[in-house]
Each structure stands twice: as C-alpha cells, then as structure tokens.
Design a protein around this ligand. Structure first.
Ligand code: GAP
Length: 450
C-alpha cells in the first residue's frame, strides 16, 4: 500500500472520513467526515478564522447564501468561462479532463495539441479520441415550484428559473462588499473573509479528498488601493506561510510556490501564486493567492448599476478597490495535515502507525483510562480524573477497551498527544502515568499537576 492508501484506510478505520453515501454504493467526489474528522476539520477552520479574522483589525467575516442570483455568475464570468477541457474516448466512452491525462499541456489545450501528445485512454488503452469540449463545472438547479414537464417542454422557463450552487465562496463576499462599506465603514486596506461549501462538477474527482465535487473553501478578498497591490500581495503571501507553517504545523520544505503562467491563470487573475504541497501522490495545489484586480467589483457595478466606488476619508480620493485573494480548500488542508502527521515507526521491535498532529489540531488532547477495567476502584479514580480534565480541556476522551498496549496503539493512530493512566500507585499517592505519543516516554505526575 502506498501512503495515500494507508491514509484512506486509517481515516475509514478510525472514523475520520468515510466515502459519501457509502451505504448505497457511494457518490463519486463526495466524502463524509466522521466524529474525528469533523473535530479536526473544525479545528482547522477555527484556527484559520482566529488567525485571519478574529486576531486582526482589518478583516470582517460574512456567511453568504450558497444559492445566489444567477446574474452573479454571469457578471463573474463563471457562466462563460468556468469550464474544463473534456475529452471522450470513442472506444470505451470514458470521459476525462484532457490536461490531467496528458503531460505538458494546460487547461487551454486545443484538440490538435491534445492529439499530438498521443495519449492512450487510461481505461481501455486505445488512442481514439473525440474533440476537446469545454465542460462548465457549475452544478445547476431550479429554484421555486418547477415541475418535470416545465423542464421538458419549456426551455425558456428553465432558463429563467435556473440557479447554481456556488463554485467559489468568493462571489458571496464581492456581492456583500457594498453592504460592508455601508454598515462598517472600513478603512482601506481591508479584507472580507468567508468559509463555506463550494460545488464543482469535476470531470475526474481523485486522490481521496484532494479533488472533490463538494468542498469547503476559506477565502479572503482583500481590498486595496490599486497602487498598493504588489505590497499587499507580498504581505498576504507571507501571512499564508506563517499560518500554514506556524499555526497548522506543515513543514516548510513541503510547501512550494508556483508562479502561475498567464495562459494557466483563472480568467480574473493578473498574477497568481499557487502554494503547492508534497502530497503522497506528488506535488499538488494546496491553495492559491491571486491578484483579481478590480475585475469583480467593476463587473458587479456594470451588472447591478450600483456604485462600487470607495471614498478615502483621509485623501478624499474615490476609486474602485483592487483585490488580492488568498483561497484555500479545507479538504486539501486536511489532507496536507494528515500527510504531514502520518508516521510509521518501530517501538521496542513493534511497528506502529502514529499521527503526529500538532496539539491544537488533534481531535483529543488527552486520553484517560484505568489500567484495568475490572477494578472498580481504578475505574472510579480514572473517571474522576477524566471529568476534571474534561472541564479544563474539553477535548478529552475515555478509553477502557482492550489492554493498555492496544489503547496506546489506537490513540497513536488518531493523534492523541498524551495518554493518562490511573493505576494502583494512583490509589496510594495520587500520581498518574502520562505517556507521550511521539516519544512513548512515560512520566509520573500528581493528578493536580496534569
Ligand atoms: N475563488 C478562487 C478560487 O476558487 P480555485 O483555485 O479554483 O480559486 C481555490 O480554488 C482553492 O479551493 C484551491 O486552491 C483548493 O484548495 C480548493 N479547491 C478548488 N477546487 C477544489 C476541489 N474540486 N476539491 C477540493 N478543493 C478544491
């Protein structure tokens, strides 16, 4: 098994992540987070919010609706351009994203360029391709009382009632920019942040949670004076590294910046740096930092007829702000954290798997257990310690299953930094053993010093 397969297996075995709709045979590109996964995911999102919003004076949060007025996606350019190059194998009818199965081509690949790569179909091995077609990745739905016969017989009705699940959280920020100006009166530069679900009908979801059809994004639109975009781009670039390395604990050597060439940038971007991460199956995009200019606000101004102008209270200057956007997917961050933490080592000749999660992210900080579960006096004392710790740290778990060795293995696998064991000595002198996950070293401490 490679490392990704090991991670998938650990996530399922220990209740981090299950395949979506597993019970009915699954739903490709969707994943369900179990009790431990939800805990880790929430901690990642909370750390991000604390770092980029709560701890700063220049950031404001929003939580916008997922289904937005369809004009949003016309104005943003997504209706026209949010498309991937789809290619179909004429032999077995499998469909692929062309730039993901051929080497050395970009998302803007033409049919001729693709055919020149002489790529074989990953499913049937033949080389008999149809033309490249642009496939729009937005999921569409209908809003209001729409009957099947309406959609079959009346294209105009369908057109009028069609809506999309948002493909990025960013537009919920841009469409609230004016609300924030009119209610909070922020001073430029300032950012608006949002966390939430985004939906993309990916042609080939893959690599576990790396490319999903339903994902969660954490995005900031940072509004700046046009003359200062470079300075602010740099400021945000440094902040991303600080967050990823010092708050989330990713090792810096696994993060690589990629200056995205013009032909590969999104339609709205004049500069993009992709932060690439060394995932188990190779280097992949973890997050992006884009200079979106005034593309979005100017389009919204045109489409809505409402002014997006910011008036500087100090200089009196009026202008449409330019925007720097750091955007990260929670699932990609989650997978980076797991990749970073997953370790196999050997302790006293016995192999073990351990998730070396930073303490601020581990689902549980402590596991408390009695040495033997059939000794009521140990269980009672352990319960007392458990309840005390839980009032202090919340993320404390109880485990009295199997023998103590098995419990350690389990807690190592789910990343619990410290295991507290109540034994017979505890009854005599009120001390407990505390075992460290990474070193497996044990120390004795007084209960009240825990
Ligand atoms: N608002 C800008 C935007 O959405 P993007 O590069 O398309 O830009 C930003 O997406 C981030 O969202 C990516 O770097 C990635 O972390 C995450 N992301 C995008 N599509 C994803 C998918 N299908 N599955 C998981 N994460 C995804």
């Amino acid at each position: 098994m490679n490392k990704l397969e090991n991670l998938v297996s650990l996530c399922k075995r220990r209740g981090f992540i299950f395949p979506g709709s597993d019970i009915y045979g699954g739903m490709s590109g969707t994943w369900d987070f179990g009790p431990l996964g939800v805990s880790l995911k929430k901690k990642l999102m909370d750390e991000w919010w604390r770092y980029f919003v709560d701890n700063r004076d220049d950031m404001y949060g929003v939580d916008a609706a997922i289904i937005m007025n369809p004009t949003t996606w016309v104005a943003s350019g997504h209706t026209a351009t949010f498309a991937d190059p789809l290619v179909e194998c004429k032999e077995c009818k499998s469909r692929f994203r062309a730039d993901k199965i051929a080497d050395g081509i970009s998302e803007s690949v033409t049919t001729e360029e693709f055919l020149a790569t002489h790529t074989k179909c990953p499913v049937c091995g033949k080389e008999n391709w149809g033309p490249i077609r642009k496939f729009n990745m937005m999921f569409s739905t209908h809003v209001g009382a729409v009957l099947p016969e309406d959609t079959n017989e009346n294209p105009e009705f369908v057109e009028k009632n069609i809506a999309y699940l948002r493909p990025e959280t960013a537009q919920g920020i841009f469409t609230n920019y004016k609300n924030i100006l009119d209610t909070i009166y922020p001073t430029i530069p300032f950012g608006i942040a949002q966390q939430g679900k985004a939906f993309r009908n990916e042609i080939s979801p893959r690599d576990f949670i790396l490319r999903d059809r339903e994902c969660s994004q954490m995005e900031i639109e940072y509004f700046v004076h046009p003359d200062t975009w470079e300075k602010n781009f740099e400021k945000l670039r440094i902040l991303q590294h600080d967050f990823l390395e010092n708050i989330i604990g990713l090792s810096a050597e696994n993060i690589h910046e990629l200056e995205v060439p013009a032909e590969d940038r999104a339609h709205y971007s004049r500069r993009t740096i992709d932060f690439m991460f060394d995932y188990p199956n190779g280097e992949e995009e973890l997050m992006g930092l884009a200079y979106r200019t005034d593309f979005d606000l100017s389009n919204i101004e045109r489409a809505s007829g409402k002014s997006m102008v910011y008036r500087d209270k100090n200089t009196g200057e009026s202008f449409i702000p330019h925007v720097i956007e750091p955007s990260i997917g929670v699932e990609r961050l989650f997978l980076a954290v797991l990749t970073n933490a997953y370790t196999e080592d050997e302790i006293n000749g016995e192999k073990r798997t351990v998730l070396k999660l930073p303490e601020n992210l581990a689902p549980f900080k402590f596991c408390v257990s009695p040495l033997l579960k059939n000794k009521p006096e140990l269980v009672e004392k352990a319960q007392e310690a458990y309840k005390n710790l839980k009032t202090k740290y919340i993320n404390v778990t109880w485990d009295d299953s199997g023998n103590i060795g098995k419990r350690y293995r389990k807690q190592d696998e789910i990343g619990t930094p410290k295991c507290v064991v109540i034994d017979f000595e505890t009854l005599e002198n009120n001390t407990v053993t505390v075992r460290d996950r990474d070193t497996t070293k044990q120390i004795r401490l007084k209960i009240e010093d825990l």
